[in-house]
Design a protein around this ligand. Structure first.
Ligand code: FE2
Length: 194
């Protein structure tokens, strides 16, 4: 049985960037629906009892889509926290970003451009490859970097359901403001543990 874990913050913690109503729909309806659907799809199959990661790496079509979206959303929530001024990464993660992108601002610029220009309902990710190199990539639909052997460090959901209630069609405004919410401690923990 796959479970919908509680949000790692209060429903009003992400204001003013992400509203409680957005979370009511995005977490309470969309994310929950992926978990519920996955549970009904795997009943009586070999996927019962596997971890979400194992299902993602060995399934396709509806089971893959719902498993990946369940994982993607849980990961996205972990990437967020209450807004902070001067919200910057530190230590080895910052060093890695500087080595790859030159400046932190250049990283934000490249990440934001990728997110705004992601044509699909999908996500933008910061990942680490098998050699430890950092990379920004876009996925569409339920795409997840684990299937290409990348280690996900950070993701921003750019499906319209992530921002439409509050920001309407202004994806760029959502992407720009979300940098104040990034939980760099979580991103660092992913960078360090793998
Ligand atoms: Fe989403």
């Amino acid at each position: 049985m796959f479970t919908l874990l509680p949000l790692p913050f209060e429903k009003d913690a992400l204001l003013p960037v992400i509203s409680e109503e957005t979370l009511d729909y995005h977490y309470g309806k969309h994310h929950k629906a992926y978990v519920d659907k996955l549970n009904s799809l795997v009943q009586g199959t070999n996927f019962e009892g596997k971890t979400l990661e194992e299902v993602i790496l060995s399934s396709e079509w509806a089971i893959f889509n719902n498993a990946a979206q369940a994982w993607n959303h849980a990961f996205y929530w972990n990437c967020l926290r209450a807004p902070k001024e001067s919200n910057l990464p530190e230590g080895q993660l910052l060093e890695g970003l500087l080595q790859t992108f030159g400046t932190f601002e250049a990283f934000v610029e490249q990440f934001s451009t990728a997110a705004v220009n992601n044509f699909w309902s999908g996500r933008t990710w910061l990942v680490k490859d098998q050699e430890g190199k950092l990379k920004i990539l876009n996925t569409s639909n339920a795409g997840n970097p684990l299937t290409d052997h990348y280690i996900p460090l950070l993701t921003i959901d750019v499906w319209e359901h992530a921002y439409y209630i509050q920001h309407r069609n202004a994806r760029a405004a959502y992407v720009q403001s979300i940098f104040s919410l990034i939980n760099w401690d979580f991103v660092t923990s992913q960078f360090m543990k793998n």
